[in-house]
Write a protein that binds this ligand. Structure first.
Ligand code: UT7
Length: 321
């Protein structure tokens, strides 16, 4: 059967790391509060020479190298971001130009923190229907550019970065590698709980992120547990078969609560929120690349990806590496 197989991963972070203590010099917060409520200890912040496209290109190059393929073989780039370089063209096309692999398909997907799950499921569908053979799926963000640095309830939570995977259509055996199942959801009625108060069609400004954190937290735990259960039900696998969960890195407490709800041991959950903070669409592929490169995630492992974000949007995918 034809499946989309992850054959390489890569990631990129801005050069500048900002600790909680450094943030506490600018806003009324403390390392203790941030660590206790979120698990975040530091985040990376892009400087004026680093953009969503440059971070995405760096991550894509690393993923291509890991997959052992040349950029010219890529026929599809799906890039998830809520912080594109420009309103248009799509940042994916900028990455395509930087990689020198023009002529194929390249577009952005906007589902905020769930963006990578939306991009992965979209690319998977397109590969399985033969629209391309090899794809780059990228999550890349510069959320630091849409934060209100006076608002301590949000500015301490986010960071910048990018992650990428090479996805290849391969004819594999039933128990072989590839994406086994994906589920996506959206519920637009919850827009006011997490949104940006600007945009080209409304204010004409870029705007700032606004979030009712406690409400988002409550929905996240319920929605994530539900969608993980749905994806498992699409396969003949159970929670006990999962080797690793690579979740969206919003808050260590959400990761713990979701794992508890599904009876998953916390040792199976890849956590990078302490180092990267919440990098929105970049967080899942950044965490995946971290765990692949440090040797935790290996060929044959069953890995669950999941995320929830603004919209609300949420989703999960189960893949054998
Ligand atoms: O990626 C998209 C999805 N996003 C998420 O999943 C985020 C989900 N939500 C969360 O992670 C948590 O709700 C937060 C980390 C955002 C907040 O944690 P919380 O335990 O829900 O705190 P809270 O918002 O209820 O605030 C508790 C207190 C408040 O003070 P009072 O009203 O109790 O006096 C806040 O003003 O903490 C205060 N506070 C802070 N204090 C120090 C809020 N932010 C800060 C801060 N430093 N940075």
């Amino acid at each position: 059967m034809i499946r989309s197989v992850i054959t390489g991963t890569g990631s990129a972070l801005p050069a500048k790391c900002v600790t909680n203590a450094e943030l506490a010099e600018r806003v009324d917060t403390s390392d203790d509060w941030i660590v206790e409520r979120t698990g975040i200890r530091q985040r990376y912040i892009a400087d004026e020479t680093e953009f969503t496209s440059t971070l995405a290109t760096k991550a894509a190059r690393a993923a291509l190298e890991a997959a052992g393929i040349d950029a010219s073989e890529i026929g599809l780039i799906v890039l998830a971001t809520a912080t594109p370089d420009h309103t248009f063209p799509a940042t994916a096309t900028q990455v395509q130009a930087a990689l020198g692999c023009g002529g194929g398909v390249a577009f952005d997907v906007q589902a905020v923190c769930s963006g990578f799950l939306y991009a992965l499921a979209t690319a998977d569908s397109m590969l399985r229907t033969g629209m391309a053979q090899k794809a780059l799926v990228i999550g890349a963000e510069t959320f630091s550019r849409i934060l209100d640095w006076e608002d301590r309830t949000t500015c301490v939570l986010f960071g910048d970065g990018a992650g990428a995977v090479v996805l290849e259509a391969q004819d594999v055996a039933e128990d072989g590698p590839g994406i086994l199942a994906s589920r996506l959801h959206a519920e637009g009625a919850h827009k006011d709980m997490l949104y940006v108060d600007g945009g080209p069609s409304t204010t004409g400004t870029v705007g700032h992120l606004r979030m009712k954190g406690r409400e988002v937290f409550r929905h996240a735990v319920v929605n994530l547990a539900d969608v993980l259960t749905e994806v498992l039900a699409d396969t003949d696998l159970g929670a006990e078969d999962i080797d690793w969960v690579v979740p969206h890195q919003a808050n260590a407490r959400i990761l713990d609560a979701t794992a508890r709800k599904l009876d998953l041991p916390t040792e199976k959950v890849v956590v990078t929120v302490d180092r990267h903070a919440n990098t929105s669409a970049a967080s899942v592929p950044l965490a995946l690349d971290t765990a692949v490169r440090d040797g935790r995630i290996k060929a044959g492992d069953l890995v669950m990806f999941e995320a929830m974000g603004g919209g609300f949007t949420w989703g999960a995918s189960l893949a054998r590496m």
